[in-house]
Design a binder for this molecule. Structure first.
Ligand code: UTP
Length: 290
C-alpha cells in the first residue's frame, strides 16, 4: 500500500489577470460560482477525497481567503439569534477544522511550480495533492477521490487528464501517452501548450495532481521556463524519468473559472445543478436568452 496522501496544496497567489477588473480587489478564487466561491468547491473535493490538511499558498491581497475559511463569529451568532438555521449551516460548512489548514505566502507570483515549492516545509517528506482552485471539476465521486483510488493501486505520481478537441490542444498542457490500462495511462512525456498540429495526444492536464515529495528538490533547482515562470510541468517531466508517472482520465466535467467565458459557463452549470434553485435558475437563464 503506498504512503497515504493526507495533504493538499492549493496555490492561490496568482494575479487573475484574465478576469480583471473583477479580480482587482477580490481574489479570483473567491469569485462566486452561483452561491459559493470557486475555491469552496475545490476544498470540498479535497475533503471528500480524505485530505486532512490544506496548504494555501497565498499572496498579497489574498487575506480574504483566510477569513473565508475561518469562524465568522459575529455573523454566525447573529444568524443563530435570528433562527436562520439553513443559512447558518451553509456558513458553518465553509469553516475548516481547527489545525486543518496552513497558509504560506508566495511573495511574487513566479509561476505554478514556484507556488507549489513554497509549500515544501509544510508538506514535508510525504506524497501530496495539488488542486488548482480556479478549475472546478464536477464528478461523482470527485476527481481527486477517483485519482486516489487509482493511487492506492499504483502509487507514484498521477495527474488528471481529460480529452480536448484536436484543434484546441495548443491552449493546454498535453501529455504523451505510452500505454493505457482503463483510465490509467502510462506517460512518456508532457508538453506545455504545443504548437498547433504537434500535440502528442488530445489529453490535456486538468489541474489535479498527486505528487511525490522529490518534486520539491527538482523545483528548487529549476530555472524559469515558458513565460519566464517556474513551471510545474518542467519538474514533473524530469520526475517522470525517475519515478512511476501516470495520467488518469477522470469521469466528470471541468470548468475553468480563470477566464471570463469559462467562468460564465461554470456559474450557469452550477446554477442549474443547484439542489433547491436549479429549476428556477434554468428558467431564468432561458428567459434571459429570450
Ligand atoms: P493561473 O495561471 O490560472 O492563475 O494559475 P493566474 O496566474 O492568477 O491567472 P492569469 O494568467 O493572471 O489570468 C492557476 C492557479 O495557480 C495560482 C493561481 O492563483 C491559480 O489559482 N498561481 C499561479 C499561484 O499561486 N502562483 C503563481 O505564480 C501562478
Amino acid at each position: 500500500m503506498p504512503t497515504p496522501v493526507r495533504k493538499a496544496v492549493l496555490p492561490v497567489a496568482g494575479f487573475g489577470t484574465r478576469v480583471l477588473p473583477a479580480t482587482k480587489a477580490i481574489p479570483k478564487e473567491l469569485l462566486p460560482v452561483f452561491d459559493r466561491p470557486a475555491i469552496q468547491y475545490v476544498v470540498d473535493e479535497a475533503r471528500e477525497a480524505g485530505i486532512e490538511h490544506i496548504v494555501f499558498v497565498t499572496g498579497r491581497g489574498k487575506q480574504a481567503i483566510e477569513d473565508y475559511f475561518d469562524h465568522a463569529f459575529e455573523l454566525e451568532a447573529s444568524l443563530k439569534a435570528k433562527g436562520k438555521d439553513q443559512i447558518l449551516a451553509d456558513v458553518e460548512g465553509s469553516r475548516l477544522p481547527a489545525g486543518g489548514a496552513s497558509f504560506t505566502r508566495q511573495q511574487t507570483p513566479s509561476g505554478l511550480g514556484h507556488a507549489v515549492w513554497c509549500a515544501r516545509d509544510i508538506v514535508g517528506h510525504e506524497p501530496f495533492a495539488v488542486l488548482l482552485p480556479d478549475v472546478i471539476v464536477k464528478g461523482e465521486p470527485g476527481c481527486l477521490k477517483q485519482m486516489l483510488a487509482a493511487y492506492d493501486d499504483v502509487g507514484g505520481n498521477i495527474i488528471a487528464v481529460e480529452q480536448v478537441p484536436e484543434d484546441q490542444t495548443h491552449k493546454y498542457g498535453i501529455i504523451a501517452p505510452e500505454s493505457r490500462d482503463g483510465a490509467l495511462i502510462k506517460m512518456k512525456g508532457m508538453v506545455e501548450k504545443p504548437a498547433q498540429g504537434t500535440a502528442p495526444s488530445n489529453l490535456s492536464i486538468t489541474g489535479r495532481y498527486v505528487l511525490q515529495p522529490e518534486i520539491f528538490e527538482l523545483l528548487a533547482e529549476q530555472g524559469a521556463g515558458a513565460g519566464g515562470e517556474i513551471q510545474l510541468t518542467d519538474s514533473m517531466a524530469t520526475l517522470m524519468g525517475q519515478q512511476s508517472f501516470y495520467a488518469y482520465e477522470y469521469q466528470g466535467q471541468s470548468y475553468d473559472c480563470g477566464d471570463k467565458i469559462g467562468y460564465l459557463r461554470a456559474v450557469a452549470a452550477h446554477a442549474v445543478a443547484h439542489a433547491d434553485l436549479g429549476d428556477k435558475a434554468r428558467e431564468t437563464l432561458l428567459d434571459v436568452l429570450g
